[in-house]
Design a protein around this ligand. Structure first.
Ligand SMILES: Cc1cc2nc3c(=O)[nH]c(=O)nc-3n(C[C@H](O)[C@H](O)[C@H](O)COP(=O)(O)O)c2cc1C
Length: 173
Protein backbone atom coordinates (compact mmCIF):
# COMPACT_ATOMS: atom_id res chain seq x y z
CA UNK A 1 0.00 0.00 0.00
CA UNK A 2 1.23 3.51 -0.77
CA UNK A 3 0.08 6.49 1.25
CA UNK A 4 0.07 10.25 0.59
CA UNK A 5 3.15 12.07 1.85
CA UNK A 6 4.75 15.48 2.14
CA UNK A 7 6.67 15.31 -1.16
CA UNK A 8 9.69 17.12 0.31
CA UNK A 9 10.46 14.22 2.62
CA UNK A 10 11.36 12.13 -0.43
CA UNK A 11 13.64 14.78 -1.94
CA UNK A 12 15.99 14.32 1.03
CA UNK A 13 18.70 13.79 2.23
CA UNK A 14 20.13 17.02 0.85
CA UNK A 15 23.42 18.78 1.47
CA UNK A 16 23.17 21.63 3.98
CA UNK A 17 24.75 24.96 3.15
CA UNK A 18 25.10 28.20 5.08
CA UNK A 19 24.24 31.22 3.00
CA UNK A 20 25.57 34.54 4.25
CA UNK A 21 24.07 37.80 3.06
CA UNK A 22 23.80 41.49 3.83
CA UNK A 23 26.72 43.79 4.45
CA UNK A 24 29.66 43.04 6.77
CA UNK A 25 29.72 46.73 7.78
CA UNK A 26 26.01 46.93 8.46
CA UNK A 27 23.52 44.07 8.86
CA UNK A 28 24.55 40.58 7.86
CA UNK A 29 22.82 37.26 8.35
CA UNK A 30 23.15 33.51 7.92
CA UNK A 31 20.49 31.11 6.67
CA UNK A 32 20.69 27.31 6.64
CA UNK A 33 19.75 26.28 3.12
CA UNK A 34 19.43 23.04 1.24
CA UNK A 35 17.33 24.18 -1.72
CA UNK A 36 20.52 25.13 -3.48
CA UNK A 37 21.94 23.75 -6.73
CA UNK A 38 24.24 24.53 -9.67
CA UNK A 39 22.21 25.50 -12.75
CA UNK A 40 24.95 26.36 -15.27
CA UNK A 41 28.66 25.62 -15.62
CA UNK A 42 29.40 28.42 -18.10
CA UNK A 43 28.60 31.01 -16.92
CA UNK A 44 28.81 29.52 -13.41
CA UNK A 45 25.36 29.88 -11.85
CA UNK A 46 23.84 28.71 -8.58
CA UNK A 47 20.12 28.80 -7.79
CA UNK A 48 18.92 29.06 -4.19
CA UNK A 49 15.29 29.01 -3.11
CA UNK A 50 14.79 31.23 -0.09
CA UNK A 51 11.54 31.79 1.80
CA UNK A 52 9.77 35.00 0.83
CA UNK A 53 9.39 35.99 4.48
CA UNK A 54 12.95 35.08 5.48
CA UNK A 55 15.16 37.93 6.64
CA UNK A 56 17.73 36.61 4.18
CA UNK A 57 15.39 37.27 1.24
CA UNK A 58 15.07 40.88 2.35
CA UNK A 59 18.86 41.28 2.52
CA UNK A 60 19.51 39.46 -0.77
CA UNK A 61 16.86 41.57 -2.52
CA UNK A 62 18.49 44.78 -1.31
CA UNK A 63 22.18 43.91 -1.95
CA UNK A 64 21.60 41.49 -4.88
CA UNK A 65 24.43 39.37 -3.52
CA UNK A 66 24.87 36.26 -1.39
CA UNK A 67 27.55 33.75 -0.50
CA UNK A 68 27.13 29.98 -0.42
CA UNK A 69 29.42 28.73 2.36
CA UNK A 70 30.14 25.00 2.66
CA UNK A 71 30.05 23.77 6.27
CA UNK A 72 31.42 20.49 7.63
CA UNK A 73 29.89 18.15 10.18
CA UNK A 74 31.52 19.97 13.14
CA UNK A 75 29.15 22.86 12.38
CA UNK A 76 25.96 20.77 12.40
CA UNK A 77 24.51 22.30 15.58
CA UNK A 78 25.19 25.81 14.26
CA UNK A 79 23.52 24.96 10.95
CA UNK A 80 20.41 23.92 12.82
CA UNK A 81 20.55 27.05 14.95
CA UNK A 82 20.58 29.11 11.75
CA UNK A 83 17.71 27.02 10.39
CA UNK A 84 15.50 27.40 13.45
CA UNK A 85 16.06 31.09 14.13
CA UNK A 86 15.45 34.18 12.04
CA UNK A 87 17.60 37.23 11.54
CA UNK A 88 14.35 39.16 12.03
CA UNK A 89 14.83 38.32 15.72
CA UNK A 90 18.47 37.39 16.43
CA UNK A 91 22.00 38.20 15.31
CA UNK A 92 23.07 34.75 14.12
CA UNK A 93 26.77 35.60 13.78
CA UNK A 94 26.75 36.67 17.44
CA UNK A 95 24.66 33.76 18.72
CA UNK A 96 26.54 31.02 16.86
CA UNK A 97 29.97 32.66 17.29
CA UNK A 98 30.63 31.96 13.61
CA UNK A 99 33.24 34.40 12.31
CA UNK A 100 32.35 36.96 9.61
CA UNK A 101 35.32 37.81 7.41
CA UNK A 102 35.42 40.19 4.42
CA UNK A 103 34.63 38.52 1.11
CA UNK A 104 36.56 39.24 -2.09
CA UNK A 105 33.91 40.80 -4.33
CA UNK A 106 30.65 41.09 -2.40
CA UNK A 107 29.59 43.07 0.66
CA UNK A 108 28.35 40.05 2.61
CA UNK A 109 30.87 38.35 4.89
CA UNK A 110 32.16 34.84 4.34
CA UNK A 111 31.82 32.43 7.26
CA UNK A 112 35.42 31.71 8.18
CA UNK A 113 34.75 28.26 9.74
CA UNK A 114 33.34 26.91 6.44
CA UNK A 115 35.71 25.15 4.01
CA UNK A 116 34.56 26.75 0.76
CA UNK A 117 32.86 29.93 -0.35
CA UNK A 118 30.99 30.79 -3.55
CA UNK A 119 30.43 34.54 -3.82
CA UNK A 120 27.39 35.23 -6.00
CA UNK A 121 25.81 38.25 -7.66
CA UNK A 122 22.10 37.87 -8.33
CA UNK A 123 21.25 37.96 -12.04
CA UNK A 124 17.64 36.83 -11.77
CA UNK A 125 14.92 36.49 -9.15
CA UNK A 126 12.06 34.14 -9.90
CA UNK A 127 8.93 33.98 -7.78
CA UNK A 128 8.00 30.41 -7.06
CA UNK A 129 5.35 29.46 -4.50
CA UNK A 130 6.48 30.43 -1.03
CA UNK A 131 10.08 31.10 -2.14
CA UNK A 132 12.12 33.40 -4.29
CA UNK A 133 14.54 31.50 -6.49
CA UNK A 134 17.67 33.64 -6.54
CA UNK A 135 19.98 32.80 -9.41
CA UNK A 136 23.48 34.01 -8.70
CA UNK A 137 26.52 34.22 -10.92
CA UNK A 138 29.55 32.86 -9.07
CA UNK A 139 32.05 35.72 -9.19
CA UNK A 140 34.58 34.12 -6.80
CA UNK A 141 34.97 30.53 -5.59
CA UNK A 142 37.70 29.50 -3.14
CA UNK A 143 38.31 26.80 -0.56
CA UNK A 144 40.69 25.50 2.08
CA UNK A 145 43.88 24.51 0.22
CA UNK A 146 44.33 21.28 2.21
CA UNK A 147 40.78 20.20 1.40
CA UNK A 148 41.25 21.01 -2.30
CA UNK A 149 44.49 18.97 -2.39
CA UNK A 150 42.94 16.08 -0.49
CA UNK A 151 45.35 16.53 2.44
CA UNK A 152 42.51 17.17 4.88
CA UNK A 153 39.51 14.87 5.00
CA UNK A 154 36.19 16.42 5.83
CA UNK A 155 32.58 15.33 6.06
CA UNK A 156 29.89 17.46 4.51
CA UNK A 157 26.56 17.84 6.23
CA UNK A 158 23.92 15.78 4.51
CA UNK A 159 21.11 15.77 6.99
CA UNK A 160 17.79 14.07 7.22
CA UNK A 161 14.57 15.83 6.38
CA UNK A 162 14.22 18.58 9.03
CA UNK A 163 10.73 17.67 10.24
CA UNK A 164 11.03 20.28 12.97
CA UNK A 165 11.54 23.12 10.49
CA UNK A 166 8.59 22.07 8.39
CA UNK A 167 6.37 21.36 11.37
CA UNK A 168 7.07 24.72 13.00
CA UNK A 169 7.84 27.02 10.14
CA UNK A 170 6.51 25.48 6.95
CA UNK A 171 4.07 28.28 6.20
CA UNK A 172 6.50 30.98 7.20
CA UNK A 173 9.57 29.81 5.26
C1 LIG B 1 18.78 21.84 7.23
C2 LIG B 1 17.94 23.03 6.87
C3 LIG B 1 17.79 23.40 5.54
C4 LIG B 1 17.00 24.49 5.19
N1 LIG B 1 16.90 24.86 3.89
C5 LIG B 1 16.21 25.98 3.54
C6 LIG B 1 16.16 26.43 2.20
O1 LIG B 1 16.78 25.87 1.30
N2 LIG B 1 15.43 27.54 1.92
C7 LIG B 1 14.76 28.25 2.90
O2 LIG B 1 14.13 29.26 2.59
N3 LIG B 1 14.81 27.84 4.18
C8 LIG B 1 15.52 26.73 4.53
N4 LIG B 1 15.59 26.34 5.83
C9 LIG B 1 14.89 27.12 6.86
C10 LIG B 1 15.58 28.46 7.14
O3 LIG B 1 16.94 28.24 7.46
C11 LIG B 1 14.84 29.15 8.30
O4 LIG B 1 13.53 29.47 7.90
C12 LIG B 1 15.54 30.36 8.85
O5 LIG B 1 15.01 30.65 10.11
C13 LIG B 1 15.43 31.60 7.97
O6 LIG B 1 16.28 32.56 8.53
P1 LIG B 1 16.24 34.11 8.18
O7 LIG B 1 14.86 34.62 8.49
O8 LIG B 1 17.26 34.68 9.13
O9 LIG B 1 16.60 34.29 6.76
C14 LIG B 1 16.34 25.23 6.20
C15 LIG B 1 16.50 24.85 7.54
C16 LIG B 1 17.28 23.76 7.88
C17 LIG B 1 17.44 23.38 9.32
Amino acid sequence: MKIDVEYLQFMWPMRHFLISCGDINDKSNIIAASFCMPVSKEPPLIACAIGKKAYSSKLIESTKEFIVNVPTKELKAKIYYCGYHSGHEVDKFKETELTPKPARKVKAPIIEECVAHMECKVIQKIETGDKYLFIGEVVEAYADEKVVKGEKKIEYVVGDFPFKVYAIRFKGL
